[in-house]
Design a binder for this molecule. Structure first.
Ligand SMILES: *Cc1c(COP(=O)(O)O)cnc(C)c1O
Length: 435
């Protein structure tokens, strides 16, 4: 399909004179649609994505241009569906890409690097996606922001709305981790606890979005939201000296981030900023809610939704992932894999990452590390591979998870596993040491 066919009358925003943003396009049937807060194809109900004129981008963007810009996701503005760097916003992105030698040795991957995205303003990678969605919502003149959240999106949306000066409505499963609910409340968001699973919450939000026209970052703003994850691909490539790694390991909830990292690499190669080299994509899901991992293992192409997720990995607990099939195809097409991780292995991986690298991950990050190890064991990751594993959220969001499966000492008061308090005397400390 040529670019010209995609050009929709009126789809170029007035403030994007170069015309690099062409509009929206259906991923399934290719039908173009004008840029706006819509997410499904009017003719085939396929998912809408942003379409760019990459020839325009190639002509105007060099490595040196990017390197001269300030840190953060807007370094890669030309690959994002926003005309200009927003006037207001949180400092998102440019997270560390670090060699993880000790953890790598422990899991048999010498060339392990961690992309530590737990350090964004609200402690998860969701800040990337939300920054782009909110920039667009402001351009569209939307008066309220909202989201259906498995946890981290709540805080990210609430904080971004606070900076933009817009009200935020955050819909969450009522039994979500309290730390994540309080996080959103702190930014002044209205939290709507909903009885049911994330998929129930999402169904309700589809209706609310239709009825009230609020800017749901991951529903009617989803094409823009999803693009934000491409900045991970850009940062990984730039961090490696404008190269692609052999393997990327990332967690999968809806599958948006996983698949958009691939799209980011593809676009970077198309505009000539990196050489097009093969990258295997390894995904991780919890085995208590792993519809994509189950499909991968079964060899089929249909994703059977999980009705009742049973896992401590709440941030990935989407039973019916919007981009599940796309994620499945990506893993297969690149000789990657999708691993189902038991909660005990997730908890063990959180402990290892913290104790060997000083990186405290939330449950999704535990899934990533355990998935890397599983993919190494089955030979998807090979000796000598350069592997980038994504820690997408901070352990402070799921404070009990690292202890899961470890014998607690319930008879003792205070923090489980912590020794009883001692008097403030050296003698007492000495006795405690010799205990
Ligand atoms: C939401 C989330 C993901 C996965 O996001 P999708 O794009 O929906 O697959 C991964 N890690 C963390 C910590 C998240 O909050």
């Amino acid at each position: 399909m040529t670019i010209e066919l995609l050009r929709t009358p009126g789809a170029t925003p007035a403030d994007d004179p170069a015309g690099r943003i062409l509009g929206l396009r259906c991923r399934a049937c290719g039908r173009p649609e004008a840029l706006g807060p819509s997410y499904v194809c009017a003719s085939c109900f396929g998912p809408l994505e942003v379409a760019y004129d990459l020839d325009v981008v190639r002509d105007g963007l060099t490595r040196a241009t990017i390197e001269a810009r300030p840190a953060g996701i807007w370094r890669y503005l030309e690959l994002l569906p926003v005309a200009a760097v927003p006037a207001r916003g949180l400092p998102v992105g440019s997270s560390p890409l670090v060699r993880a030698e000790r953890l790598g040795a422990a899991i048999g991957i010498e060339g392990l690097l961690i992309k530590d995205d737990s350090r964004n303003p609200t402690l998860s990678f969701k800040d990337r996606a939300v920054a782009v969605a909110v920039a667009r919502a402001v351009d569209f003149g939307m008066e309220a922001l909202a989201c259906a959240s498995t946890g981290n999106l709540a805080g990210a949306t609430a904080a971004a709305a606070a900076v933009a000066g817009l009200p935020a409505y955050v819909f969450v499963p009522a039994d979500l981790e309290p730390a994540k609910i309080e996080h959103a409340l702190a930014y002044g968001a209205t939290v709507v606890p909903v009885l049911g699973t994330y998929d129930d919450v999402n169904r309700l939000c589809l209706e609310v979005a239709d009825e009230l026209g609020w800017g749901f970052v991951n529903i009617n703003l989803r094409p823009f939201y999803a693009e934000g994850s491409k900045t991970l691909a850009c940062e990984i490539a730039e961090g490696l000296g404008w190269r692609l790694p052999d393997v990327v390991v990332a967690p999968i909830a809806s599958g948006a981030m996983f698949t958009k990292i691939a799209r980011g690499f593809d676009e970077l190669a198309t505009i000539g900023l990196v050489e097009r080299t093969p990258v295997r994509f390894v995904g991780g899901q919890a085995d208590g809610c792993g519809p994509v991992a189950t499909a991968f293992k079964g060899g089929g192409s249909e994703i059977e939704p999980v009705r009742t997720p049973t896992t401590i990995v709440r941030s990935l607990a989407i039973g019916n992932p919007a981009d599940g099939r796309h994620a499945l195809e990506l893993a297969r097409a690149t000789d990657g894999s999708i691993e189902a991780i038991p909660d005990a292995a997730t908890a063990e991986a959180i402990r290892r990452s913290a104790r060997l690298e000083g990186i405290y991950a939330e449950t999704a990050g535990g899934v990533t590390i355990a998935a890397a190890e599983a993919a190494r064991r089955r030979g998807v990751i090979r000796p000598g591979d350069e592997v980038v594993a994504l820690i997408t959220g901070n352990g402070l969001k799921t404070p009990d998870a690292f202890r899961y499966g470890v014998e607690a000492r319930p008879a003792e008061p205070g923090v489980p596993g912590l020794a009883p308090a001692i008097p403030a005397s050296y003698r007492a400390f000495e006795a405690w040491l010799e205990r």
